[in-house]
Design a binder for this molecule. Structure first.
Ligand code: MG
Length: 169
C-alpha cells in the first residue's frame, strides 16, 4: 500500500532443557518431563518472536532491553518482554502483518498444542490468529536439539510501518 513500507525481521533462540523445569512455549505450559533452563521463564518461541519484531524495526535484540545480568528479569514471564516489544513497534506506527515460526523439539509432541499456542500469541499481540503460523519440527536425532537437550525456535515476522517513519535510530 502507498504510504507504507514493509520490513522483515528474523529471530532465533535456543534454551537448554532440563528435567523438572516447566516447558512454556508461546505462553502455553506444555506437559513435559523437561523444561527450559533460563533466567526468565525460558519461552524460546516468544524470545525469538521478540527478536524478529525488533529486527524488523532495527531496534536491536531482546538482550538489549532485558539483559540476563539484571536480577529484575529473573523468572520474568516472557509475555512481559513481548508486550514491551509490541509497545515499541506501536510507537513507530508498526503493524504486524504476519509471523511464521518453527519450534524444534525432540521427544515432546507439540502438534496437539499448536492451536492453543497460536491463540495465546494472538491474544498477546492483538492480531488475528491467521497472521500467526507456528510449526513443529525435530532435528531428526542429530545434535543437541535432536538429542533432546535443547529447544530451538526460529521466527520471521513482517511488519508494516508508515513510510514517513524515520529509522535513523
Ligand atoms: Mg531466550
Amino acid at each position: 500500500m502507498p504510504g507504507e513500507i514493509l520490513r522483515i525481521g528474523f529471530g532465533e533462540d535456543i534454551h537448554r532443557l532440563e528435567v523438572g523445569l516447566p516447558l512454556i512455549i508461546g505462553g502455553v505450559q506444555i506437559p513435559s518431563p523437561v523444561g527450559a533452563l533460563s533466567y526468565s521463564d525460558g519461552d524460546a518461541l516468544i524470545h525469538a518472536i521478540c527478536d524478529a519484531l525488533l529486527g524488523a524495526a532495527a531496534l536491536g535484540d531482546i538482550g538489549t532491553y532485558f539483559p540476563d545480568t539484571d536480577p529484575s528479569n529473573r523468572g520474568c514471564p516472557s509475555s512481559f518482554f513481548l508486550s514491551h516489544v509490541r509497545r515499541m513497534l506501536e510507537e513507530l506506527g508498526g503493524k504486524i502483518c504476519n509471523i511464521d515460526a518453527v519450534v524444534f523439539l525432540e521427544k515432546v509432541r507439540l502438534a496437539p498444542h499448536i492451536q492453543e499456542i497460536r491463540k495465546s500469541l494472538s491474544r498477546m499481540l492483538d492480531i488475528s490468529i491467521n497472521a500467526i503460523s507456528v510449526k513443529a519440527s525435530t532435528y531428526e536425532g542429530m545434535g543437541p536439539v535432536g538429542e533432546g537437550l535443547a529447544i530451538l525456535a526460529r521466527v520471521v515476522a513482517l511488519v508494516s510501518f508508515p513510510a514517513d517513519k524515520s529509522f535513523h535510530h
